[in-house]
Design a protein around this ligand. Structure first.
Ligand code: E4P
Length: 215
């Protein structure tokens, strides 16, 4: 499973890019707004920080507008992927863009049926939002498990980006499910490296090492 960061904060991306663990980035209008910058300003910078795909979302809600925006967005850098919402107009736009060789990430996916439609329209990636499904009492990770099964059954090339991740347990479950990618917010990514027994074990090794010097 590849690891993407779910943020538009350049400083946060730099920190993790240095560790070599982050392959790509996903953004959305809310994350860009939170960064205090504009999409036009922040996306080129992010594209230089990571080797893999960087999702930038369209604002238009009609097919023509989405396609127009997408064609502009991909001029920014070779690794831009255009994020398109899973609505009727979005599927039409995905079909056109896919025929032009423009990579898309169909976002705001909350059901297996939506995932299948996006894949059939030609989406390169689909993003099921697991945390938001948990918020309404459903099991978001189960959707990812089902999607992996269905995409394998029908041999669909579309890759699954597990999105709206809120915890280490989410990361573990989507990894076990076989998600191609998990896009992880900075706070959760920071937590992943830590384990209480690692800290304890390291402290003991250091203590024993120091003691051995005194013998
Ligand atoms: C995915 O691409 C979205 O940017 C993101 O995962 C949404 O997460 P949220 O539900 O925490 O806003």
């Amino acid at each position: 499973m590849k690891i993407f960061m779910d943020t538009a904060n350049v400083d946060e991306i730099k920190e993790f890019a240095d560790q070599g663990i982050v392959y790509g980035v996903t953004t959305n209008p809310s994350l860009v707004a939170r960064s205090g910058r504009t999409q036009a300003d922040v996306i080129p910078e992010i594209c230089r920080l990571v080797p893999g795909p960087v999702s930038a979302e369209v604002i238009s809600q009609d097919c023509e507008g989405m396609v127009r925006e997408a064609r502009e967005l991909v001029k920014i850098a070779a690794n831009v992927v255009v994020k398109i919402p899973c609505i009727t107009e979005g599927l039409k736009a995905i079909k056109i863009l896919s025929a032009e060789g423009i990579r898309t990430n169909c976002t705001l996916i909350f059901s297996l049926a939506q995932a299948m439609l996006a894949a059939r329209a030609g989406a390169t990636y689909v993003s099921p939002f697991i945390g938001r499904l948990d918020d309404i009492g459903e099991d978001g990770c189960k959707l990812v498990e089902d999607m992996v099964k269905v995409f394998r059954t029908y041999n669909l090339p579309t890759q699954i980006i597990a999105a709206s991740i809120r915890s280490r347990a989410h990361v573990d479950r989507v990894m076990l499910a076989g998600a191609d990618i998990a896009t992880i917010p900075t706070k959760v990514l920071k937590e992943l490296v830590h384990h209480e027994l690692t800290d304890k074990g390291l402290a003991k090794f250091m203590e024993d090492y120091q003691n051995s010097l005194q013998k």
